[in-house]
Write a protein that binds this ligand. Structure first.
Ligand code: IDP
Ligand code: MG
Length: 150
């Protein structure tokens, strides 16, 4: 038997997803694959947090455009938990590039450009921890910086 790999990941419904009324549709897709919502909130992000979130991309030509996009309206941030949650959310979201995002994925079904592609999901374990801590500072515990009760 395979060892179970229940883990937590960070997901974001970007401003275009919220603006287009896709929150329910997106959450439905995560839930119907067995992911559990551990925490979620609709927020207006602040610039520092967005720049920190995408710090790996700071040198890319589209960085400023990307930050302005995420700041352009409310976003929904969430922590999802389940078996192989990190990979699963990335699969449900679909490929980054609009022409590679397959039908049946969120981006494949709804994204009309690579820049504005509806959703984000952490790409590995370290980034999942980092992004959960960044977007949910209220859930850090003093000593371990792990999630408290959830
Ligand atoms: P990911 O969101 O699938 O992990 P990344 O390569 O980490 O993709 O890029 C982060 C975000 O930056 C993308 O989701 C998209 O919004 C934006 N982005 C990526 N590549 C481009 C580009 O070539 N032009 C404009 N925006 C881009
Ligand atoms: Mg990424």
């Amino acid at each position: 038997m395979n060892k179970s790999n229940v883990e937590r990941t960070f997901a974001m419904i970007k401003p275009d997803g919220v603006r287009r009324g896709l929150v329910g549709e997106i959450i439905k897709r995560y839930e119907q694959k067995g992911l559990r919502i551990v925490a979620a909130k609709l927020i207006k992000a602040d610039r520092n947090t967005v720049e920190e979130h995408y710090s790996d991309l700071r040198s890319r030509s589209f960085f400023n455009e990307l930050v302005e996009y995420i700041l352009s309206g409310p976003i929904m941030v969430m922590i999802l938990e389940g078996e192989n949650a990190i990979k699963l959310v990335r699969m449900i979201n679909g490929a980054t590039r609009v022409e590679e995002a397959l039908p049946g994925t969120i981006r494949g079904d709804y994204a009309t450009s690579t820049a504005q592609n509806i959703v984000h999901g952490s790409d590995n374990y370290e980034n999942a921890q980092r992004e959960i801590n960044l977007w949910f500072p209220e859930l850090r515990t003093n000593e371990t910086r792990k999630l408290s009760v959830l």
